[in-house]
Each structure stands twice: as structure tokens, then as C-alpha cells.
Write a protein that binds this ligand. Structure first.
Ligand code: GZL
Ligand code: ZN
Length: 314
């Protein structure tokens, strides 16, 4: 055959560009708001009409948004599933309506892979592994003496949104690296829902509970910044009294790295707008797209030449 038939693009689309329904989780972090801006700017740049829906952290709002996109007969749906489960029915409705779906940022767990056209986002498992690797190296000396001292390296985890693929991936990757080293012990792990305010609250709690924490592994900078506030209120020196690894790489985290308040910042790239819009345009033209695409990400270590880091823009 001669490859995928180009879908007849209507005259309206010819003149006005395609219409994309964009279901965003909310505005829980600097990362999220940057991601939203990136998609909105890319759509404007390409003359794509974006119907934007902010779910304010609620899955039921996302499902309502997807249903309204179907009723509105958008050309493509782009959505960021706040959690992995619970999407089968609404995605079947989209498929029945002939509307292709691009999943981005967070992954969904569905039996029937035909329920969405493809995924583009960040590799949470790799982010977790990178965090584990850093801890392994940072505590080499203490690991050496573990035989004699039997002194474990105690870890606190600030978990992201329960049930989200990114929190699960980060946690899994982190544990995978450390599982064969009994000297590392995760003594506390609770969800701060990627929120700075909850990161603060959890830190107040775990600093009350434990007086010998070696490491905080935080699933995002927002929660980290909240925890740093709680530590400093108690006269603790973040990055010195407690080693901190954090994910996203928003500007405030890079500033903290420069101040020695965190020790490793793992980038999770929010600027996926251009790629997303390009994929949406391909889907609208009836093309197939890659099932799985990861975007480029950096890691920033305390030992790097930190003056070389470009302004983050979020
Ligand atoms: C990660 C993204 C996460 C960020 C948080 O890809 O889903 O959600 O790490 C954001 O800052 O709230
Ligand atoms: Zn690079």
C-alpha cells in the first residue's frame, strides 16, 4: 500500500488550524505551570487552537474535560493522567468518536493499548535510579564502616501524588538501586502530593519523629523547598546535616544547589510543548506516532561547575 491515507483536513482546519483538547492536571508546582505554558505557547506558535482544561488535581474533572472534548469534536486529545488507573471508559468513548489521544507526562495503565496513540514524557524510573546512584556514591565512606558500626544510612522519602506513574517510577527506580545494600534504610515515606505546603508539614512531622536522618529523597522540588523551610526553622543545615536529592530542577532548586542546601538536582523536563503540538498535528493528519518517547534530561550535582547552568525559566 502507499502508507497511511492522509486524513482529509477540512476547509475549516485548513484556515484555522486543528483543534486540540488539552486536559492538564492543575497548577500544583512550578513544573506544572511551566509545562502548561510550554504547550500553550507552542500551540499559539503553530496556529493550533487549544481548548485548555485545568482539572485542579481531580481525576473526575479530567474525565469531564475529556468528555467535553469529545462532544466538541476536537481533532486530537492531549492529556496528562493524574493517576495511572480509571481511564478505560472515557478513552473508549474517544476512540468510538474517532478522536486520537496523546498521553503526555504521566502514564496510564490500560489493557487495550489501542486506547491511546502514544506517550511522550520523562523517564521517572531513570530519575529514581539516578537518585539511588547518587546516594550510593555519596555515602561510600559510611558504607565502608557499616560492617563495624552497624550504623544504617537512614532515608526519608517525600513521595509524589499517590497512584501517579511518576511517583511510582521514581520510588521504584530508587529502591531498585539500593535494594542490595542493607545499610540503607528507608525509615519514612509519605505523600506530599508534589505540594510545597505538604512538604513542609511532612518535614515538621519526620523531624519530630527522628533525630538521625541522613538523606531526604524528595520526588519534586516543591516539596523539597517546603522541607528546607522546616529544617531551617529548627536550626538544621539542609545539604549538610541532611543530604537532599530532589527532582524537577526548577530555578529555586538550582539556587539551593548553589547555596549548598541540596546535593543533587535531577531535571524533569517540563518544556515538552513543541514536541506535543508536533505530534498532535501528525495525529490530526492521520499519521501514526511512536508509542513511547522520552525527552532529554540533565542531572546537576553539587560537584558540577554550577555557574554554567542556564536560567531555568520555571
Ligand atoms: C513529573 C510531573 C510531576 C513533577 C511535579 O513528570 O508529573 O508533577 O515532578 C509535578 O513537580 O507536580
Ligand atoms: Zn543536555
Amino acid at each position: 500500500g502507499c502508507g497511511a491515507q492522509k486524513k482529509k483536513v477540512s476547509q475549516f482546519e485548513e484556515d484555522h488550524g486543528i483543534i486540540v483538547g488539552f486536559s492538564q492536571i492543575g497548577a500544583e508546582s512550578a513544573w506544572r505551570t511551566c509545562n502548561t505554558r510550554s504547550v500553550q505557547d507552542a500551540a499559539a506558535e503553530k496556529g493550533v487552537q487549544l481548548v485548555y482544561a485545568n482539572a485542579e488535581q481531580k481525576q473526575e474533572n479530567q474525565i469531564k474535560a475529556l468528555r467535553s472534548f469529545i462532544a466538541y469534536q476536537v481533532d486530537v486529545i492531549v492529556f496528562i493522567p493524574i493517576v495511572t488507573d480509571g481511564w478505560d471508559n472515557v478513552l473508549q468513548e474517544a476512540r468510538d468518536a474517532g478522536i486520537p489521544v496523546l498521553v503526555t507526562d504521566r502514564k496510564i495503565a490500560v489493557e487495550d493499548q489501542s486506547l491511546y496513540a502514544g506517550f511522550i514524557g520523562t523517564d521517572s524510573l531513570k530519575e529514581g535510579r539516578t537518585a539511588g546512584q547518587f546516594v550510593l556514591e555519596k555515602f561510600a565512606a559510611k558504607r565502608e564502616s557499616f560492617g563495624q558500626t552497624k550504623e544504617p544510612i537512614t532515608i526519608v522519602e517525600l513521595f509524589g501524588t499517590e497512584g501517579s506513574s511518576v511517583a511510582n517510577g521514581r520510588a521504584e527506580g530508587f529502591r531498585e538501586v539500593l535494594k542490595s545494600y542493607p545499610e540503607f534504610q528507608i525509615i519514612y515515606s509519605k505523600s506530599g502530593d508534589f505540594l510545597r505546603s505538604k512538604g513542609y508539614e511532612l518535614a515538621v512531622e519526620f523531624l519530630e519523629m527522628y533525630d538521625d536522618i541522613d538523606v531526604i529523597f524528595s520526588h519534586n522540588d516543591g516539596m523539597t523547598l517546603g522541607a528546607i523551610e522546616a529544617m531551617e526553622e529548627r536550626g538544621l543545615r539542609p545539604g549538610k546535616d541532611i543530604v537532599i536529592i530532589t527532582i524537577d530542577a526548577q530555578q529555586e532548586a538550582i539556587d539551593a544547589l548553589r547555596e549548598g542546601k541540596v546535593n543533587c538536582v535531577i531535571e524533569c523536563n517540563p518544556k515538552t510543548g513543541p514536541e506535543i503540538i508536533k505530534l498532535a498535528q501528525r495525529l490530526a493528519a492521520g499519521e501514526t506516532i511512536p508509542r513511547l518517547q522520552y525527552v532529554h534530561e540533565e542531572v546537576f550535582y553539587e560537584t558540577d561547575n554550577l555557574s554554567l547552568i542556564e536560567p531555568r525559566g520555571y
